[in-house]
Design a protein around this ligand. Structure first.
Ligand code: CMC
Length: 427
């Protein structure tokens, strides 16, 4: 495409190429801005800044569209399983039966974690937040799998990917088992990837663990819905850490830390805690609506709003339906579900929320499902991380294969100008 955008500053006009994506998104390529005009752009929070061209996930926040590698999220959530989606995100195409079986068996063959990692898990206080533990353990893996990934070797890349796909759920399960004082377990190799996650988390030493297909299906769907979301905070973190050529595991560990925050993945835990708080305070949702709108009150309606979705979050639509089905199938009556529905109804009719295009996001209902599945609240964000793992891997792989330069934003300095040093006795 030969379009250009003209930038004018102090009488000097500069033409910049316009880049058009496959879904007709337009970006102005300002790579040469500083060199040609001596200025930079300022965009805190990167609300208008594209950091890369990517072929993994497409989303249109105005129309509420989300696609992985061209496939609609609605189709994938309904018809695919999580491992197929992981393969699709990472390698670009849906796997055939043989590719999928090989992927799964390679993951299983690489799931073993060095015995010494158990000592590290044991050294955490039982009260430590599982996300802090998971981030540390992911980072610790670098010590036990020291070889660096040779990005020019497809085999090396593949091996690193199946290793982390195998070991990450083991580490996630062990964070829970540490918390619950249960022996560490590798699960059952005859089970599916998602089934084994549940088995590793909840199997009691002297009891058979019976898998409930409703629980497995619901978890599979949740993991698919969380699997990628283009350049969000944790994914950008993974890409930027990886851009310094830090290894895959180190980059993922940084991603886990970024996901932990309540404005990002930690929102699922924050939503349930908020709903519980409202319930304990008598269930007056109107009072909390007012608090959320009050600019002198730091309270925000957790699970509402999104940086990109300004119409509705398509994942929230799928999850809301799923929450009703799962709670019905499992016979769970959760009072916080009716508080959630009440809040949603009021917010959708409220001027403050309507004007700012604040709709329920993926995490508004996910916590309610996780709770119905028997997953403890502090583990919700870990479940999100388990789902986001293939997305992070896919984005890291894409960034390294494209040989992107190190991520290094600039700034506008607003501090003191040069001043003379004053000896301590004279200050
Ligand atoms: N409750 C009340 N007011 C809100 C909320 C909320 N949840 N979200 C945004 N606003 C207001 C905000 O105060 C601002 O108002 P004003 O224009 O009067 O100053 C306006 O809406 C725009 O908000 P913003 O913070 O500038 O928007 P953002 O794009 O920077 O932030 C967000 C997006 C998701 C961080 C934010 O909506 C939020 O904090 N939501 C609650 C936390 C949450 O649910 N996070 C999960 C996101 S989905 C999962 C994921 O992708 O990780």
């Amino acid at each position: 495409m030969s379009d250009t955008a003209t930038f004018e500053y102090k009488g000097k006009k500069i033409e910049f190429p316009v880049v058009e994506g496959t879904e007709n998104e337009i970006g102005i390529d300002i790579k040469t801005l500083r060199a040609s005009a001596g200025v930079i752009t300022l965009d805190p929070g990167y609300k208008n800044t594209g950091s890369c061209e990517s072929a993994i996930t497409y989303l249109d926040g105005e129309k509420g569209i989300l696609r992985y590698r061209g496939y609609a999220i609605e189709d994938l959530a309904e018809k695919a399983n999580f491992l197929e989606v992981a393969y699709l995100l990472i390698f670009g195409e849906l796997p055939n039966k043989e590719q999928l079986d090989k992927f799964h068996s390679d993951i299983k063959a690489n799931s073993e974690v060095d015995e010494d990692v158990k000592k590290i898990v044991d050294s955490f206080p039982r009260t430590a937040h599982p996300m802090g533990v998971l981030s540390s353990l992911t980072s610790a893996l670098t010590a036990f799998n020291p070889s660096c990934v040779d990005i020019n070797s497809e085999e090396d890349m593949y091996n690193a990917i199946v290793k982390i796909m195998g070991k990450f759920p083991v580490l996630a399960a062990w964070t829970l088992r540490r918390r619950n004082s249960k022996p560490y377990d590798y699960g059952n190799a005859s089970l599916g990837y998602v089934e084994n996650m549940l088995y590793m988390m909840f199997k009691k030493p002297n009891e058979e663990y019976k898998l409930n297909p409703v629980v497995v299906d619901a978890l599979d769907k949740l993991l698919i819905l969380h699997a990628d979301h283009e350049q969000n905070c944790s994914t950008s973190t993974v890409r930027i850490v990886g851009s310094s050529h830090a290894g895959l595991f180190a980059s993922l560990s940084a991603g886990v830390s970024a996901l932990w925050g309540p404005l990002h993945g930690g929102a699922n835990q924050a939503v349930i805690e908020m709903l519980e708080g409202i319930k304990e305070d008598g269930g007056d949702t109107a009072k909390y609506m007012e608090k959320a709108k009050d600019k002198n009150d730091s309270f925000r309606l957790m699970g509402f709003g999104h940086r990109v979705y300004k119409n509705f979050d398509p994942r929230a639509k799928i999850i809301k339906k799923s929450a009703d089905e799962v709670l019905g199938d499992l016979g769970v009556e959760d009072p916080v579900l009716s508080i959630a529905k009440g809040l949603e109804k009021q917010a959708l009719e409220d001027d403050y929320f309507v004007k700012r295009k604040l709709y329920p996001n993926v995490d508004f209902y996910s916590g309610i499902i996780y709770r119905a599945l028997g997953i403890p609240t502090e583990m919700f964000t870990v479940m999100f991380a388990l789902g986001r793992l293939p997305g992070w891997i896919a984005q890291w792989r894409e960034m390294r294969l494209k040989k992107e330069p190190i991520g290094r934003p600039r700034q506008i300095y607003v501090g003191e100008n040069l001043r003379p040093f004053v000896e301590v006795s004279k200050r």
